[in-house]
Design a protein around this ligand. Structure first.
Ligand SMILES: [Mg+2]
Length: 369
């Protein structure tokens, strides 16, 4: 018998494997098979990515370079190259759009795709994911992994399971058992602190989580209580949101020595404003609000903004405003980071892609997933 059910979606989460590190190995074959870290070689450097060879030694992204080298003395440091990442990321996104316009990028190397209805008329999200990964390999030389399921949350968790260069499908009928045995620290949103908290309440798996009432979860986890209550029951209705409009554009620099003089700061801000100009022009936008971000050596943060009557993208105009902001009172000595961001961008009306209103119910037949 055919019965009406809530519409079943087919979501893929695609995630490039060790993206920055893999790009470095692609561009310099002598790095293949070596333990490498991207970024992080300076005195205050923090690593942005590590190759799988480096991960074996415990090297992780967001780790201080100084610690990484202790864990892995033969670690090779490579510079970040955002131009190159962006270029490859654009190529990968083009592949996604061959299948669906419902693409929600999470970063340069990750995105959600809703392929419930897709341009190829392919009913199997698993086969689409396989094709996409093959195309990524052909057109970029890089490996990607994928997770396939009924919502973004499960797709995201699943993409990690057969990484690297693998994929995992959690079809509708396996959703509940999959979540029940899932380790609580694998739940998206559960970081170190949340994990400890869950453990304290005796929650180690999805099943443990399921045993808690919504009242208990709300009481102990506040707003996220209801999120966890639903998620473990396979309920997560967040849609794949395409073409997020960029709200701001920024560039910043951390200095290896703290700076005290404003004149010296201006010198440092000039190339930052150039970078902002370059990014604005590349995105073909201009902004009205200029924000200067100042981080002091004691890690306190100050932001100073000014909104102009006109949209600007020229570095000299940006510097004019930044100079004005810099010479306001209240500067402390010893600055470790300066940044400039532009917001109030003139791209608000450019968003043309609209998600068609989802039908709440439709007749559902058993389909390949
Ligand atoms: Mg990745």
């Amino acid at each position: 018998m055919i019965e009406a059910q809530p519409r079943q979606r087919k979501i893929i989460h695609v995630d490039m494997d060790a993206f920055y590190a893999s790009v470095a190995q692609l561009d310099d074959p002598s790095l293949v098979g070596k333990a490498i870290a991207v970024g992080g070689s300076g005195r205050r450097g923090v690593i942005s990515a590590a190759s799988y060879e480096a991960r074996k030694f415990g090297v992780r992204s967001a780790m201080a370079g100084s610690l990484a080298i202790k864990l892995c003395p033969h670690l090779i440091f490579v510079k970040t190259d955002f131009e190159r990442y962006k270029e490859i990321s654009d190529r990968v996104r083009k592949i996604f759009f061959e299948y669906t316009d419902l693409v929600e990028p999470l970063s340069l190397d990750e995105a959600y795709l809703d392929v419930t209805e897709n341009k190829k008329g392919n009913p199997s999200a698993s086969l689409i994911a396989l094709e996409i990964r093959q195309k990524i390999k052909e057109r970029t030389g890089l490996n990607a992994s994928a997770g396939i399921s009924i919502n973004k949350f499960i797709a995201k968790v699943a993409s990690d399971i057969n990484k690297p260069n693998g994929q995992k499908t959690v079809p509708p009928e396996e959703v509940i058992p999959f979540l029940e045995v899932l380790d609580i620290k694998k739940f998206y949103g559960v970081g170190k602190v949340m994990k400890e908290k869950m453990y304290r309440h005796g929650i180690y798996t999805g099943l443990d989580l399921k045993g808690k009432s919504i009242e208990f979860l709300s009481e102990n986890f506040g707003k996220s209580g209801a999120y966890y209550y639903n998620i473990v029951r396979g309920i997560h209705n967040s849609e794949v949101k395409p073409s997020r409009t960029r709200k701001s554009l920024a560039a910043e620099r951390t200095f290896s020595e703290n700076i005290a003089s404003e004149i010296f700061m201006l010198e440092k801000l000039a190339p930052i404003s150039e970078e902002v100009e370059r990014r604005l022009k590349k995105s073909k936008v201009a902004g009205k609000t200029v924000t200067l971000k100042i981080k002091y050596s004691d890690f306190t943060l100050q932001t100073r903004s000014k909104t102009l009557p006109l949209y600007i993208s020229d570095k000299n105009l940006i510097m004019e405003t930044v100079t004005e902001l810099l010479f306001q009172e209240g500067m402390k000595n010893s600055v470790r980071l300066l940044g400039i961001s532009m917001s109030n961008l003139n791209n608000e009306k450019k968003q043309t892609l609209k998600v068609s209103e989802e039908k709440k119910y439709e007749v559902q037949l058993k389909l390949d997933f």
